[in-house]
Ligand binder design. Structure first.
Ligand code: GLC
Length: 548
């Protein structure tokens, strides 16, 4: 069977099944609701808009959507600062709209995963407000980490810990009489106070939140920043550089991340998820500094899967891809779990722009696009699940010239560095050329879309058989029919320093990272390639799926 990127048969999206295998082999599509589709014309994406785009997602052939936080929130961190976990932000719609959305997804055999931000809530949450109003040492304060400061007047923070978003991880509160009070811990922004998961009342409140959404038909949770929950309770200094940002993937510190009783908490969540039939799905965002630390989260009784996030930062290097993939496959096999492969997300520089960076320091988007297509053939052939971030299927680049005054990411303010901001991957999707917002909605999007995005809108790409969108759709279709059905193991083929090549059952994936054309094995049939082959060879930055 040979399918090229511009051919596809009718959508053969399978009917809903409920076993573990669907999660293990399915493709998840991440919706960042503010910038997906705007149904009411206020310039912000919402549930009505998302609902209207479900046919597009069905057509694309995804098995599940993961919706980034849709809860009530002051939006200090794009919704990852929740002030009511059991209601929908009015900007997105109502609880009824959420129920309609879930039912409509199910009607299309698409499962729904939502985000659960458990490490912290918003400083506007009534839990935090009542803690602020309460006395030091009171039960309400014990929902968070309030501590007295050090120094003669308590003016020195309780520890030297720094935040993931930069700056110190403690903020001092003001007492009702105007005097300076205790400090509270926030591993992210000051508007995101960390919850004390040693407090049974916090655990029980979240049990209710899990059940609230599970009972409304949500199929699973993407658990946000799970290792942040684990802190050593002796609150000692960690030797942090006060001018830095805490980077969980590289930092050796072990006092306030991936420590304490975090695994006990994860097990409680899994026990609750398993009380449903079929069991609800839990996938973790686990930023840790070693594969072994990651492995611990997918032991039996913990999470079903974790995102294999290290490819979101990988340079365009065959050996580096192989090294990272090998590590992730090892942990998945050991833990009898599976990785969920990701190349981008709402937190990362979009794949096309990342891979556009050339060795000489310049950038070339055409190269970025070629590489992004080839990379997709790697992640979507590997054993495990995969997650696409909205717009990845269109090959959208990062928007790198947003006006500074529009940047909302708290990392920008906390580090003073606009280059660290994540707004550039959160620009409204271009759907068509029918309106100034490129079909996003009748209002003006919060962040301006580049004028050039009309030419790469979904509708324009739909009409072009060679487009990124049509390629992605074909890849998902071929994956479903011919790749996901292969064994959940793979083995590497040595084809040279600049080549990633592996076999999964009868499918072989080969990607040429090097400058010279790569002759393909003579005994194989091409199933799909990310760009045309030349004289039977794989050109530079091109990938192929073969059957053997
Ligand atoms: C996760 C989210 C990110 C958010 C952070 C704090 O990393 O993906 O967007 O800023 O948690 O909740």
């Amino acid at each position: 069977m040979t399918l090229t990127a511009n051919e596809r048969t009718d959508n053969l999206h399978s009917s809903p099944t409920t076993g573990e295998g669907d999660w293990r082999r399915g493709v998840i599509y991440q919706i960042y609701p503010r910038s997906f589709a705007d149904g009411n014309g206020d310039g912000m994406g919402d549930l009505q808009g998302a609902l209207s785009r479900l046919p597009y997602l069905s057509d694309l052939g995804v098995d599940a959507v993961w919706v980034s936080p849709w809860f009530v929130s002051p939006m200090a961190d794009g919704g990852y600062d929740v002030s009511d976990y059991c209601d929908i932000h009015p900007m997105f719609g109502s609880l009824e709209d959420a129920e309609t959305f879930i039912a409509a997804c199910h009607g299309r055999n698409i499962k729904v995963v939502i985000d659960l931000v458990a490490n912290h809530c918003s400083s506007a949450h009534p839990w935090f407000q009542r803690a602020l109003a309460a006395e030091p040492g009171s039960p309400w304060r014990d929902w968070f980490y309030f501590r007295d400061g050090r120094g003669d007047n308590g003016e020195v923070p309780p520890t030297d810990w720094v935040s993931v978003f930069g700056g110190r991880a403690w903020t001092r509160v003001t007492n009702p009489d105007g005097t300076p009070g205790q400090w509270y811990l926030h591993l992210f922004d000051a508007a995101q106070p960390d919850l004390n998961w040693n407090n049974p009342a916090v655990r029980s409140a979240f049990d209710d939140i899990f059940r609230f959404w599970f009972d409304r038909g949500v199929d699973g949770f993407r658990l946000d920043a799970v290792p942040a929950i684990g802190k050593e309770q002796d609150f000692r200094d960690a030797g942090c550089d006060q001018s830095g940002q805490f980077t969980p993937e590289t930092s050796p510190q072990t006092r306030y991340w991936d420590a304490g009783n975090v695994h006990d908490i994860v097990k409680l969540w899994r026990t609750l998820a398993d009380t449903y039939s079929p069991p609800k799905y839990l996938i973790g965002e686990i930023n840790v500094n070693t594969p072994e630390a990651l492995l611990r989260y997918i032991r039996p009784g913990e999470l079903q899967s974790v995102f294999a996030m290290n490819l979101t930062k990988a340079p365009w290097s065959a050996r580096e891809f192989e090294r990272l993939i090998t590590g992730n496959l090892n942990f998945a096999n050991d833990g009898q779990s599976w990785p969920t492969w990701v190349l981008s997300s709402h937190d990362e520089v979009r794949t096309v722009s990342r891979f556009a960076r050339l060795a000489d320091g310049t950038s070339d988007l055409t190269t970025g696009l070629r590489r992004a297509r080839a990379a997709m053939l790697i992640t979507l052939a590997l054993p495990g699940s995969a997650c696409l971030y909205q717009g990845e299927e269109l090959g959208l680049p990062q928007v790198e010239d947003l006006p500074r005054e529009l940047l909302e990411d708290p990392i920008v303010a906390r580090t003073g560095n606009p280059l660290k901001g994540r707004d550039g991957c959160r620009v409204a999707l271009p759907w068509d050329t029918s309106s100034p917002s490129l079909g996003f909605g009748m209002g003006s999007p919060r962040l301006p879309q580049p004028a050039s995005w009309g030419a790469i809108s979904a509708a324009v790409q739909e009409a072009d058989p060679d487009s990124f969108l049509r390629f992605t759709r074909t890849v998902l279709q071929v994956r479903r029919e011919h790749v996901a059905t292969q064994p959940d193991t793979c083995s590497w083929d040595a084809m040279g320093e600049d080549v990633v090549a592996f076999r999964r059952g009868t499918i072989q994936c080969i990607v040429n990272f090097g400058p010279a054309p790569l002759p393909l094995p003579a005994d194989a049939e091409v199933v799909l390639s990310s760009a045309p082959l030349v004289d039977g060879c794989l050109p530079t930055d091109v990938g192929v799926w073969l059957t053997r």
